[in-house]
Design a protein around this ligand. Structure first.
Ligand code: GRF
Length: 195
């Protein structure tokens, strides 16, 4: 898993593995921020952590190659981005050939990028939600594996809407990871197709 911050989605995956809802091993939690709370969550769960700051590298590609090598060295099959606040380059996707998943707090393709719940409120949408998608070189635009929606309330703030969306993220991400690990899917153009 690649993380940068709080790590609540990481915790959701840890819990899903513990409960047997997700048959997987979280091989490593790789984080670009040395004091991220996600690292504590991983350590508490007995998962290997690796801090790899993105600062000081000659290029984005050089850093991304380093990440891909670290994942290969641990024989990772699927990479999961959960609040990893870095855009991965095409080089990463060339070097890591397995599926890469991301969880995003909007119903993509609406509101890609940062502050998605904020953007949703600014647009006055009545329904918001979250998306787990395969990562491609285009930001927040890869094939959609799973989505869930939540109602937007008239008095919502970005914080209250984010909190409602987060509950769905925690349910959706383990389900999507399990779906991808199970195989029998394919990508057809922009679409993730269940077998
Ligand atoms: C989540 O809202 C996720 O959708 C977005 O970043 C946030 C990460 O939260 N990509 P956490 O670190 O998993 O708590």
């Amino acid at each position: 898993m690649l993380v940068s911050g709080r790590g609540s989605n990481l915790q959701a995956l840890i819990d899903a593995v513990r409960d047997g809802r997700l048959q997987a091993t979280i091989a490593v939690v790789l984080c670009n921020v040395p004091d991220a709370p996600a690292l504590v969550k991983a350590t508490n769960a007995g998962i290997e952590t690796l801090v790899a700051s993105h600062l000081g590298w000659p290029s984005r590609e050089a850093y991304d190659e380093h990440l891909a090598e670290a994942l290969h060295a641990r024989q990772v099959d699927v990479v999961c981005l959960a609040g990893f606040m870095r855009r991965l380059s095409a080089r990463f996707l060339e070097r890591f050939s397995g599926p890469v998943l991301n969880v995003h707090p909007s119903l993509l393709p609406a509101f890609p990028g940062v502050d998605a719940p904020d953007q949703a409120l600014t647009h006055g949408v009545r329904v918001a939600g979250c998306t787990v998608h395969l990562v491609t070189a285009e930001l927040d635009a890869g094939p959609i594996v799973r989505q869930a929606c939540v109602a937007v309330h008239p008095d919502d703030s970005p914080a209250s809407l984010s909190a409602r969306i987060l509950v769905e993220e925690h349910r959706l991400l383990p389900e999507a990871v399990a779906r991808v690990l199970a195989g029998g899917w394919r990508v057809d153009g922009r679409r993730f197709v269940d077998a």
